[in-house]
Design a protein. Sequence first.
Length: 128
Amino acid sequence: MTRTSIEIASFAHENPIPSATKIGPLIESSIIPPFNDGERVLPDTLEEQIDNLFLHMGNMLTEAGATWDDMAKITFFVADAAASRAALNGPWVERFPDPASRPSRHNMQVPGGGKAQISCVFTAYIDR
């Protein structure tokens, strides 16, 4: 199988790593920071940072030929587990409205994120 690097316009790493990698039907993201679209600027609120993460994830899925239906798991790295969990639920249900068909989700509290209150990685699998 050929490995393909996925790059998106809304976010690019400064180091020589792709936004995500696709091998066959598997898509794995690199760490996704909550930067504003096309900038290396962090918004002030957790809600805005979450919106940015979902924007970047959606762009990666599209670039890889996938959709939200192909998402298998998202791990969020958060400064405040309780606040992040509550703030994530709205966007989560918006993208995954069927309780019988949602990806796995894990919130991992990590210390010292600075202004970044949340980041994430994901795994998707294209089964078609």
